[in-house]
Design a protein around this ligand. Structure first.
Ligand code: GAR
Length: 197
């Protein structure tokens, strides 16, 4: 049985597009992209998902009085689509501990740094400005912390003296497009599992 995958986005959606294209091309066995959730009605990801014929639901935080109500609206969409697995792909809202508990071990995230270094929303810029010699990309299970969950795969990316922020972003994205599909394969095949405490 294919795992029914929801992808959460807030922005350009290039990682989302890469995952969907690779699944549709038969390169990630056992997954079916059935839903995209965007919290941003302006996200470039929306038209990309529509072109790939994956249904999109837009759930904006500002339309709800509280975070639990916002997340309940998302959960209703996930339940209606019988989602097994959630892949965060540039989703810039922090999911509450209650949400994470509900989908424990079934939410994965891509982060553009070599965790635990450079957690947070501006990881590429933070690494560039810190003038470190290398940064990286991490795919991890989501736990109740921010960018703290068990790591599935990570890969280093060197920062060369001639790199600009833009060239570093391009190098990070190129690694992301290889690493996220690899990590998703490990999760779907059961080779990577959320560790039981
Ligand atoms: C990606 O670089 C992803 O790693 C990052 O946002 C970008 C989204 O690009 N995620 C985070 O920073 C999460 N904290 P995309 O919309 O083109 O896939």
């Amino acid at each position: 049985m294919n795992k029914r995958l929801a992808i959460f986005v807030s922005g350009n959606g290039t990682n989302m597009e890469n995952l969907i294209r690779r699944i549709q091309a038969g390169q990630i066995f056992g997954a079916e992209p059935v839903l995209v959730i965007s919290d941003n009605p302006q996200a470039g990801a929306i038209s990309k998902a529509e072109r790939l014929r994956v249904p999109v639901r837009i759930v904006e935080r500002k339309n709800f009085l509280s975070k639990p109500e916002f997340e309940n609206a998302i959960i209703r969409h996930l339940e209606a689509s019988q989602i097994d697995l959630i892949a965060l792909a540039g989703f810039m809202k922090i999911l509450s501990p209650d949400f994470v508990k509900r989908y424990r071990g079934r939410i994965i995230n891509i982060h553009p740094a070599y965790l635990p270094d450079f957690r947070g929303a501006h990881a590429i810029r933070d690494a560039f400005e810190a003038k470190v010699k290398e940064t990286g990309v991490t795919v991890h299970f989501v736990d109740e912390g921010v960018d703290t969950g068990p790591i599935i795969l990570q890969r280093k990316v060197p920062i060369d003296p001639q790199d600009t922020l833009e060239s570093l972003e391009a190098k990070i994205h190129a690694v992301e497009y290889e690493l996220y599909p690899e990590a998703l394969r490990l999760v779907i095949s059961g080779k990577a599992k959320f560790p039981l405490k």
